[in-house]
Ligand binder design. Structure first.
Ligand code: GTP
Ligand code: MG
Length: 195
């Protein structure tokens, strides 16, 4: 999709604040600092629209980005942020669970993993949890610019194996720096919007 108009509709902390629209929604989930906001910016052709930070745990709310009045990207706060208090992690868990399991407009979830390493236990749990709820998943391995081209295949296999991806579960290698994978990710999103 050619994106010209984007608008941060709301940073929600509670269900009653979610937008009252029927546009399809695509959520972005992944560990804190993995690159969710950076991916959002690449998809919408903006450098700094979604706030990115080298400090993990920046995004604390469900941020609904209205894309061309056709769809919402929902930037979900990162999990596995060690310094977050137990209480705030529990609150996070409830908010995310409510959104991901109850929201009818949600058409799919993009889960990001760090392409440089094997997916962590948190990544595996998140993947299994989404599968359990039958939520369509696109796995994106990001920061691939930090890996030499010759090692991409090896990383791809490692990620597939660690997450136990079936042959029909999509995995796209991505870089916010080079924008590799951007068009493929858009194709998946557009496919989900039609359901
Ligand atoms: P939280 O909001 O804290 O959950 O983090 P996030 O997942 O939104 O991560 P964010 O997009 O803020 O990126 C975290 C850091 O990783 C920033 O310093 C980004 O510049 C960097 N980063 C993100 N994607 C890439 C990438 O593809 N390549 C490289 N080299 N750096 C990246
Ligand atoms: Mg973020």
């Amino acid at each position: 999709m050619e994106v010209h108009n984007v608008d941060l509709t709301i940073s929600a902390v509670a269900e009653k604040q979610y937008p009252n629209t029927q546009f399809p929604e695509i959520a972005l989930v992944g560990r804190s600092n993995v690159g969710k906001s950076s991916l959002t910016n690449v998809l919408i052709n903006r450098n700094k629209f979604a706030r990115t930070s080298s400090q993990p745990g920046k995004t604390q709310t469900l941020n609904f980005y209205n894309i061309e009045d056709k769809l919402y990207f929902v930037d979900v706060p990162g999990y596995g942020y060690a310094k977050a208090s137990k209480a705030s992690r529990e609150k996070w868990g409830r908010m995310i669970e409510t959104y991901l399991t109850k929201r009818e407009q949600l058409k799919g979830v993009i889960t990001l993993v760090d392409g440089r390493h094997a997916p962590t236990d948190d990544d595996i749990s998140m993947h299994n949890w989404l599968k359990y709820y039958n939520i369509p998943i696109l796995t994106v391995a990001t920061k691939m610019d930090k890996i030499s081209g010759g090692k991409w295949n090896k990383q791809e296999s490692l990620i597939k194996k660690t997450l136990q991806l079936d042959a029909n579960e999509p995995l796209i290698m991505f870089s916010a720096l080079t924008k590799a994978g951007k068009n493929e990710i858009w194709r998946w999103i557009e496919g989900r919007m039609k359901r």
